[in-house]
Design a binder for this molecule. Structure first.
Ligand code: PSZ
Length: 289
């Protein structure tokens, strides 16, 4: 498998990451993950737009244009022959030694860009069966809209849920559900779908954008409004969304069934529309359920 390292495509073993890289020292960087189906990227423009917006939020100037980045990523999946899989890409503020909290002058210190691929099939069994989750306090910082390479708050929450035997962590601040540790969070009550509005407390998910459009097409009412842990307890359905899991039913929270304790009709309808959108962009999928 080849990877991108700045302006080269090389074997991973050839990449040299400096210990004074600000990504390593300070988590001073931005990343994104985009999915390919049938060898074609899905929502690549949206992921690249978010990546550029993240860079501008941390005052990091891109060393390439959006089009240059897109063609480089396309080149990588072609070289690695990725049909269905993920591309992880990240940029850091470069190598500045000695270590200093103050940003280096970007004319002296170029950013460091890397990208790699993994083959990941769609997990249709899980998408049908659903997953379990646990409620965990959201102790992250107040810039959750930035897809920072610092995921410590997210992975600590995931670890807390995993230790207890649950698949995902549903995060809350003072009883208000924000999102999950690596996905956006949704609930359904009386036919209406609820999800936290964009802002500094959640990541503006690309899958969320696709699902909002899918709901509109399906005639399912959506409210981008906050909901509480109490609301979630009364929900008919719950699901999470991300690039890797698409729309994933959450059938149990802390051992208590959500609604009927199985995938509900609203998320199933959204999944069908989601597949239709993938097929429109990437060609037909083999859907088994
Ligand atoms: O490999 C990784 O680190 C990935 S792949 C997808 C994610 C992480 N996460 C997406 C994510 C998230 O981390 C949080 C906190 N909220 C929402 C999402 C969903 O974003 P999209 O839909 O753009 O993947």
């Amino acid at each position: 498998m080849k990877v991108i390292w700045n302006d080269q495509i090389v074997d991973r073993s050839e990449v040299k990451i400096d210990m004074e890289d600000r990504g390593y020292q300070f988590a001073d960087g931005i990343y994104d993950v985009v999915r390919a189906y049938n060898g074609h990227f899905f929502t690549l423009d949206e992921h690249v737009d978010r990546f550029f917006s993240g860079m501008s939020k941390i005052d990091l100037e891109a060393p390439f244009t959006k089009d240059e980045l897109k063609s480089r990523l396309k080149e990588l999946i072609e070289i690695n022959k990725i049909e269905t899989g993920n591309v992880y890409f990240q940029i850091t503020r470069g190598i500045a030694s000695p270590r200093d909290h103050i940003f280096p002058d970007p004319t002296d210190v170029p950013p460091v860009f890397t990208a790699s691929t993994t083959v990941v099939p769609r997990n249709q069994v899980k998408m049908t069966k659903g997953i379990t989750a646990s409620i965990v306090p959201d102790t992250r910082w107040l810039h959750c809209d930035i897809k920072s390479v610092s995921l410590l708050g997210n992975i600590l929450a995931k670890h807390t849920a995993h230790k207890k035997g649950f698949d995902e962590a549903v995060l809350h601040r003072d009883g208000i559900v924000t999102e999950c540790s690596s996905s956006n969070m949704w609930m359904v009550k009386d036919g209406t779908v609820y999800t936290h509005p964009d802002g500094n407390l959640i990541l503006p998910g690309i899958t969320k954008i696709v699902l909002l459009k899918a709901a509109e097409k399906a005639g399912i009412p959506v409210k981008e409004e906050t909901f509480t842990l109490e609301d979630l307890k009364q929900a008919d359905e719950a699901f999470s969304s991300s690039t890797t899991v698409e729309a994933m039913p959450i059938i149990e929270i802390d051992g208590v069934a959500v609604g009927q304790g199985k995938r509900g009709p609203v998320v199933e309808k959204l999944q069908q529309h989601f597949v239709a959108e993938i097929e429109a962009q990437c060609g037909s999928l083999t859907v088994t359920n």
